[in-house]
Each structure stands twice: as structure tokens, then as C-alpha cells.
Design a protein around this ligand. Sequence first.
Ligand code: CTP
Length: 477
Amino acid sequence: MNYKNAIENPVFETIAAVAGEMGVESYVIGGFVRDFLLERGTPKDIDIVAVGSGIALAKGVAKALKEQPKVSVFKNFGTAMIKTDDLELEFVGARKESYHFDSRKPVVEDGSLEDDQNRRDFTINALALSLKKENYGELLDPFNGREDLRHKIIRTPLDPDLTYSDDPLRMLRAIRFASQLNFRIEKESFEAIRRNRKRLKIISRERIVDELNKILLSDKPSIGFSLLYKTGLLEMILPELTNLSGIEEKEGQRHKDNFWHTLEVVDNISENTDDLWLRWAALLHDIGKAPTKRFDKEIGWTFHGHEFVGSKMVSRLFRRLRLPLNEKMKFVQKMVLLSSRPIVLAQDLVTDSAVRRLIFDAGDHIEDLMTLCEADITTKNPRRYKKYHNNFRIVRDKIREVEERDHVRNFQPPVDGQEIMDFFDLRPSKEIGIIKDAIKEAILEGEIPNEYEAARAFMIEKGKKLGLTPKENQDKK
Ligand code: CTP
């Protein structure tokens, strides 16, 4: 089969010409070919394999290109990269061993194209297009990768035990591709992943998280997470999640399986947002349920305070996985902490003051919180499903209405501490905090509007009740 149309970009002709002059064979390989055949477009990342020196080819190509791009050389691994305005070209020499994928080990032996294809991760990633003059654009597919693409199968070119032990990260890559492309992992591969799962220990957290993020960003992340679970990998990476699995029954009362519930929530939210951190929040929103689970004879299963416990667990988990410990983590913590608030609101009468408190606590993240909480509705009871969604609509309307009127999002007290100190001629003291809190409470409860005059009058009243004397009266004394 010829696929010249995949390589219409003039850069391929340049590569072919330079390689021809140097007397080396060159091929486009990997994700570029796979994604073209899947009609996922023509990727900007292009992998080129040279039967000879990848680094020398990269240097030659850079010289031949109009924009004279810089070549980044990674000598130990025998690779070189060129970045142009719209492309990232990665060059590698064909190898007998797949060590160049595992960046800690230097490259050893040169090989042919077939050797190189043998040592790649999956049949669908071993597809190559020739850039040689004699068969320009021909697809070289020794393992029937095209059939696997058609049947949506992830399969390794060699014995899966060998392919996965060459680079254990590939176990996660298999699951990631299954999730991104909605493919099935072939049985032997699946079993090899289960068998080799402990080998994941040698992979850095950063690389693991990279794959996790890609799974989380796929259209239906539950595909990836249920594979992670079934292969035993999830237990090693996120035990907080696997601890949620299972249903217990006591005195005829059962609780839901919070692991599978969580995966449903993640799928639901993925229909409404591509925000990685909001998806993380959905994934972790119930992790506090495992340590807080209790059975009470009167009320059945409870998970008291799981939101608070869960939000504390988030920081430990982020630290362990080397996820960022910045405002992204704080956002996830906040979402976990507040994750039950809107549903409680939606079940009850929706009062203005409850909505004001919610807006006050969620601030700018109120919309995200609502998105999370709506995704959290996984009841299979159609009557309840409808009721919750209707109630959420009421909460959303109310949020809009209250926000327009009261502006409590990112609340700044209309009267600040300095003004209280000046008015009553106070030094920093606990009375100031008491008055400030009372003003905030009065606004949130709707006793006074969120305005300066009203807050000032309230401050004076409150101060008097605390036995304070305004400064002007003190002067008269
Ligand atoms: N590869 C491999 N084993 C790895 C990593 C990569 O065999 N652990 C090979 C595969 O042939 C892959 C190619 O190197 O297609 C390029 O790797 P990479 O850029 O990481 O992945 P892509 O397949 O291009 O896919 P994506 O860009 O979606 O990650």
C-alpha cells in the first residue's frame, strides 16, 4: 500500500533527499503513521528512523531547511530533535535493542528497520512509511498493525513479557492508548501486564503521571481506569482509589461501590469539561470515604466528614505522585472539600443565605463546583435523577440571581479592620475580629446588604453591644 498523501508536507522530501545523498535509508514511524491511518489528522510530532546515524541525518536536514533550525542532540541516546515553526522532528538511528525508549540506558547496537520495528511497543506504533526513492510512501507493516488498527486492538510485536520488561512504562502506554483510542488490549498482553505489574516500580513518578493525565484527558477515562484496576496497576499508583471498591452489607444495609461510582462521575464530567484539574477533582472527590466509613445501627452507613478528610488526603497524594503543589492542588482540594455542598442544597429548600454561603466559599470556582456536583449524580432511579437535575437548575438560577444582587463572590468586607480600629480607637485586638465576622455573617445571612453604609451602621451597633465607645465620644469625655 502506498500512502504518499500522508507525507505531502515538503519537509519529507527534504528528509528523503538528504538521506539519499548520505546513502542512508529513512522512514517515518510511530504515532504519525498510526494517527494518519486512524484519520486523526497529521500530527505535528514526527518520528524518523534512519538506518545509520539519526543524529547525522538530523544535522543534514537542518542545514537543508530554509529556516535553518537548531538541532538538539542527545548523544547518549543516539537521538536528535529539530523544531520548526509548526513541526517537531525526532530522529533516531535504527536499533537492535529498545534501550533508547528507557532514557536511563545508553544505546548499544545498530540495527535494520526490522530490528527497530521489532523493539517498538505496539504493532500499531511500529508502522513505517518509506522515504526511500524506490518505494517512497510505501507502508512497511511486518506485524499487521493495520489490521489491528482496523480491529481496534493493542498488541505487542514480540512476546508481551519481553516488550513490557524492555520498558515497563509500556504497560501504562497500552492502557493509555486503549483509553484514548477506545481500543481493546489483546488477552495475552493484558495478562502480561498483570504479571509484570510490579516492574512499574522502576518507572519515575513523572512518567507515570504523564500517562495518567493522558488517560484522564481521554473521552471516556473509565476505560483506562478500569483497565488500570483490573491489571492491578491502580493499586500501586492510587491505592486511595482502589480502597473505595467493594460493597459491604450489614444488617441488610448496603452502600454503593464508591470506586465504580467515581469512574462514572469522571466519565460524566468529561462530557462537560476538558480541564485536567477538574477531572482530577472528580477522580478524587470521594477518596475520604474509605477512612471515614462507619456503620450505625440507627442510620446505616455513614461517611461523616469525608470531604474534609479527602481534601487533606489530596495534598499527600499530590506530593507522592509529584503532581504540582501549587494553586492547581489547592483547587482540587477545594473542590473535594465542597463537593457535597450543592447537592445538600438541592435536596433542601434553596434559601438565599445558603446560596450566598456557597458562593462565598467557592468564589470564582462556583461554576466548576456545580459542574462537578452535577456529574456526581449517578442514581439509576429516573425519578430521583430528574429531581436532582431540576433542583440543580434552581440552584444555578438562584446563584445567578443572588450574585447579581449581592456580589459575594470574592467577598471583600465593605468595612475593614483599619476602619474599625480608627472608629473605636482600638489597638489590634480580638474585638476587631469579632466585629468583622459579625459583619460578614450579617451579609451572608441577608440581614444587611453587601454595602458600605449598611456595614458601617452595623459595625457601630455591634461595637456598642461589645461595650466599645466611638472615638469622637471618647474625645468629648
Ligand atoms: N515507543 C516505544 N516504547 C515507548 C515509547 C515509544 O516503542 N516506551 C515508540 C513507539 O513506536 C511510538 C514512538 O516510539 O510510536 C514515539 O513515541 P511517542 O512520541 O512517545 O508516542 P506516539 O506513538 O507518537 O504517541 P503520542 O504522541 O500520542 O504519545
